[in-house]
Design a protein. Structure first.
Length: 286
């Protein structure tokens, strides 16, 4: 179609002229109609050949598109990641992860769902999200939880109460401090209260809040102390808040959760690696 003669086609394809002629004849026999008219050494495509060529080009372009898509998927440069996370991790961890990930993979679409623990379980089961970040594992037979890191818990202290700023705070000391507390049903607060029961410690919350971010704001204004997760502590404004490790160390594992029957795609695997990288880069008081 492009060369106009058997000789030129043979040179272009690096074949003999007889091989090209044989291929054309065989194709015409298989199709049952003539593809070219021969005139003074030239090949003139018939209307049937031109129609067939147009359709063949569509198939060729589709195959090229498919090859390009496969290459992009392999390189994780396209795709969709639907991630759910509790509010504290959406605000304090995912923002950093997404910023780095999007710089490297700008064509990957990311949808973030801010959810609480029970909502995360439901979203995974309904396949509204592909993966979820939460502290502590999700207890459900259809969900697999993998621990990425465990940084423990931290105490946020108004600077007016922290002179000098302590490197650590014993749980028993919180008995004498006004506490900005998360709900007892919150996994972090539940872990703290279990430790209080073991150590016979009684806490005295003066303000109950629903989110770690609000607790930060209240501590920043000098209204109390707060126990919080590592990433909230890491991002707390140090001009108004001192951060200390809670002792004895309590577990607060950062977990990635997904359906057991649904493996991660390549883009999701790369996204999780970026989460691991951020975890390795973050430093906390010892």
């Amino acid at each position: 179609m492009s060369t106009g003669s058997v000789r030129a086609a043979a040179e272009w394809l690096h074949l003999t002229q007889s091989a090209v002629s044989h291929t054309i004849s065989h194709a015409e026999q298989e199709l049952g109609f003539t593809l070219f008219r021969r005139s003074k050494g030239h090949l003139i495509p018939t209307p049937e050949a031109q129609a067939l060529h147009r359709e063949a080009m569509k198939v060729y372009e589709s195959l090229e598109h498919l090859k390009r898509m496969a290459r992009n998927i392999r390189q994780a440069s396209v795709g969709l990641i639907r991630v759910g996370a509790i509010p504290a991790l959406c605000h304090e961890l995912l923002v950093d992860v997404i910023a780095v990930f999007r710089t490297r993979y700008p064509e990957v679409e990311i949808r973030v769902h801010t959810l609480h623990k029970q909502e995360i379980i439901q979203a995974l089961l309904l396949r509204d999200i592909d993966l979820a970040l939460d502290y502590f594992s999700l207890e459900h037979p259809s969900i697999e939880s993998v621990t990425l890191a465990d940084f423990g818990l931290y105490v946020l202290i108004p600077l007016s109460d922290a002179n000098p700023a302590p490197g650590s705070v014993n749980l028993k000391e919180l008995q004498t401090r006004p506490l900005v507390a998360l709900p007892e049903t919150d996994p972090i607060m539940a872990e703290v209260l279990q430790a209080c029961d073991r150590l016979e410690v009684t806490l005295h919350p003066v303000i109950d809040v629903q989110t770690s971010r609000m607790a930060v704001g209240l501590v920043e204004r000098g209204l109390g102390w707060a126990v919080t997760d590592a990433f909230t502590a890491h991002n707390a404004p140090r001009a108004q808040i001192a951060v200390a490790r809670l002792q004895p160390k309590l577990s607060c594992p950062l977990c990635i959760n997904h359906l057991r029957e649904q493996p991660f795609g390549i883009a999701a695997e790369r996204f999780i690696e970026h989460i691991r990288d951020i975890c390795r880069q973050v430093t906390f008081p010892s």
